[in-house]
Design a protein around this ligand. Structure first.
Ligand SMILES: [Zn+2]
Length: 417
């Protein structure tokens, strides 16, 4: 029996695909890949790819990739922006992302068997009782001698970008909608020869009405934590991605609490201070007042006494609908775009220091796309200069620009045609 529409994640998209001559709904293939294994195997053997039919008369190639012993469909590298904005495989133009630099130097390596990531964070460190250096400093030391890897914020952006940096639906997006998209992206990746799901846990949504699911999630979480047991002088680390609920002082440390997870982790006050300074926007009162959310990717390990310890952390602020934002004005703009029913993407930097010219948002329901700039930092000479450069660049590249100078009321952001 075909599944009910509401059971299929991403069903808002009516994308169809052609696999070995058969035309099928993409969402069904994605949710139940095992039912279509024979078709995927035939297409892989015969032509090597499948086709997405989201653009009439212009089929776009899809990769047929093997993952955890199973074939599934994925977007062709750097081709996502050619799909229709409502398509499951629509992705931001590589020009509008910090990803390209990491692909060029091999930290993100797209292969036929999945995406290989070179991470800047080591997943093992040596423990020496006489050594009081915090684990994240060891990590920095190791990074200095190796090639550039994807940092924690870069990894959050990489996982977020395919589906969650795009806003295409006016329905309220909840964690239960984000988590499957993140799991899907994690499942396509490996790092240092390990499947990424073995070292990165995306916290599943807690649903009171589903006790069996909760028990299953609990067992999976405990199995994930068992790998952190220290063996000899080697301390093992893992990554946890979820929505941050709170960071509060505990007896000797700071208690880090995630949404949807009963267990807390503990961090040193020094680490929390550093995190709050590095990701300031996420921790302002204004961000909380405006229903902003905070997404955290933590490097965790077990303390000798068995506590869950946070060794490092990146925090990405988002609006209520999980669209990443870089300031409270951007949050206001993202909310307004959603209210106006706009389809848009949030370009992600990956590297906070990236100097490329990325607009704050891009409206993709106009052709060509419209760039959105929120001019927020006012009166500072370097910012004014940067603003003039960006405007000049947009004018020369022929992009329509929707601007909001925050000293004035926000312009009407509805579509005008
Ligand atoms: Zn498509």
């Amino acid at each position: 029996m075909p599944p009910a529409e509401s059971d299929v994640p991403g069903y808002e998209s009516a994308t169809t695909v052609r696999v070995a001559g058969r035309v099928l709904p993409a969402a069904a293939l994605r949710t139940y890949p095992e039912r279509y294994a024979h078709l995927l195997a035939a297409a892989r053997a015969e032509v090597g790819h499948a086709e997405c039919l989201c653009r009439p008369g212009r089929p776009l190639r899809l990769v047929i990739r093997r993952r955890v012993g199973r074939l599934h469909l994925a977007g062709w590298p750097n081709d996502g922006h050619n799909h229709a904005p409502s398509c499951l495989w629509y992705r931001a133009d590589p020009e509008l992302s910090g990803r390209a630099g990491y692909e060029r130097d091999g930290a993100i390596d797209n292969t036929n068997d999945g995406i290989r990531l070179r991470l800047a964070v080591p997943l093992t460190t040596r423990t020496d009782p006489a050594d009081r250096t915090p684990a994240h400093l060891h990590a920095l030391g190791e990074q200095a001698v190796s090639q550039r890897g994807l940092g924690l914020l870069g990894l959050v952006h990489f996982l977020w970008e395919p589906e969650l940096a795009v806003h295409s639906s006016i329905t309220r997006r909840r964690w239960r909608d984000c988590q499957p998209a993140l799991v899907d992206q994690v499942a396509q990746c490996s790092t240092k020869g390990f499947p990424l799901p073995e070292v990165l846990h995306v916290i599943p949504p807690y649903r009171k009405e589903r006790p069996d699911e909760t028990a299953g999630n609990r067992a999976a979480w405990q199995a994930f934590l068992r790998q952190l047991d220290t063996v000899g002088p080697v301390r093992r680390h893992a990554l946890v991605l979820g929505e941050l609920r709170d960071i509060v002082p505990a007896r000797f440390s700071m208690r880090v609490q995630f949404a949807h997870l009963p267990d807390a982790a503990y961090a040193s006050p020094e680490l929390i201070e550093r995190v709050q300074n590095s990701y300031r926007v996420a921790f302002t009162d204004e961000h909380s007042r405006n229903s902003g959310r905070r997404i955290a990717l933590c490097v965790i390990s077990r303390s000798p006494k068995g506590y869950l310890r946070v060794d490092d952390m990146a925090v990405m602020p988002t609006n209520f609908a999980y669209i990443p934002v870089d300031s409270s004005y951007e949050l206001t703009m993202a909310d307004a775009l959603i209210s106006a029913g706009r389809v848009f993407i949030k370009p992600l930097r990956y590297d906070p220091d990236l100097m490329a010219t990325l607009p704050d948002f891009v409206l993709i329901d106009t052709d060509p796309p419209t760039y959105v700039e929120v001019w927020g930092v006012l009166g500072r000479e370097d910012y004014e200069q940067r603003k003039a450069e960006k405007r000049d660049y947009y004018r020369k590249s022929g992009h329509a620009l929707l601007e909001w100078d925050v000293r004035r009321p926000m312009p009407d952001v509805h579509r005008t045609d």
